[in-house]
Design a protein around this ligand. Structure first.
Ligand SMILES: Nc1nc2c(ncn2[C@@H]2O[C@H](COP(=O)(O)OP(=O)(O)O)[C@@H](O)[C@H]2O)c(=O)[nH]1
Ligand SMILES: [Mg+2]
Length: 229
């Protein structure tokens, strides 16, 4: 008989990451809000996904939640001009929500619509009370664009007050190792010290890291009890 294998299984993942991945899989559609005033007031933490049209936002949400069509991966970018909310939580008990914000920067959208949606987005990012974190999807072949920078400026005061922030460089499978490293360092400079990670939907690269981060943002460890001595 051959000896039993001594190597760990190749996909060994931490229990915490496994729990986070399973948690994201509970995502279900909550509501769609064509305007900000249609958004329900929620007590649970909310994580917003933002990014230029075609950056890979829908694909990322579908990959993180392991659901094929939760976020509609549109063939006509720039057409999803509403905020879609998805609930997360086991046993049907919502403990966080994901917000899929309209993509920006699509050239064929009329200018007035663009400006209106930039305002809606800025408004959302500044005023949404339960907003806990923002995930910005960036295609590393283009890097952070002017609109991404504007959005960073909009949320900067909230980030300084504790809003969590992550840049995911999507489509990492299209870059070789050295291009990935270069894209990471450039984006880290542009994101002003914010967290930046690589992500690939087909390779599931970055899925566990991102899942764990979203879990931690929305389930912070309680503050340790003050030492009575
Ligand atoms: N190779 C590759 N293609 C991707 C990845 N993520 C998205 N795409 C493709 O990029 C295009 C835009 O993706 P989509 O999710 O609709 O972008 P959105 O407009 O930001 O929601 C689609 O053709 C996707 O198949 C990825 O990780 N790797
Ligand atoms: Mg989309």
């Amino acid at each position: 008989m051959p000896p039993p294998p001594l190597l760990p299984p190749p996909m060994s993942t931490s229990p915490a990451a496994q729990q986070a991945v399973a948690w994201l899989h509970t995502a279900r559609f909550l509501t769609t809000a064509p305007r900000l005033e249609h958004l329900p007031d929620l007590e649970v933490p909310e994580i917003a996904f933002v990014g230029r049209s075609n950056a890979g936002k829908s694909t990322c949400i579908n990959t993180l939640t392991q659901q094929k069509r939760l976020a509609f991966a549109s063939k006509t970018p720039g057409r999803t001009q509403a905020i879609n909310l998805f609930s997360l939580g086991k046993q049907g008990i919502t403990d966080a929500v994901l917000a899929d914000l309209p993509g920006y920067g699509y050239a064929a959208v009329p200018k007035a619509d663009k400006i209106r949606w930039q305002q809606v987005m800025a408004n959302y990012l500044v005023t949404r009370e339960n907003l806990t974190g923002v995930v910005m999807l960036v295609d590393p072949r283009h890097g952070l664009t002017e609109l991404d920078d504007i959005l960073l400026e909009v949320i900067r005061p909230r980030v300084e007050q504790g809003l969590k922030f992550l840049v995911l460089l999507t489509k990492a499978d299209k870059l070789n190792r050295s291009e990935q490293n270069k894209a990471l360092s450039i984006a880290r400079l542009q994101a002003g010290g914010g967290e930046v990670k690589l992500f690939s939907a087909p390779k599931r690269q970055g899925v566990e890291e991102a899942s764990l981060l979203l879990w931690q943002w929305t389930h912070p460890e309680p503050e340790p009890e003050p030492d009575p001595s």
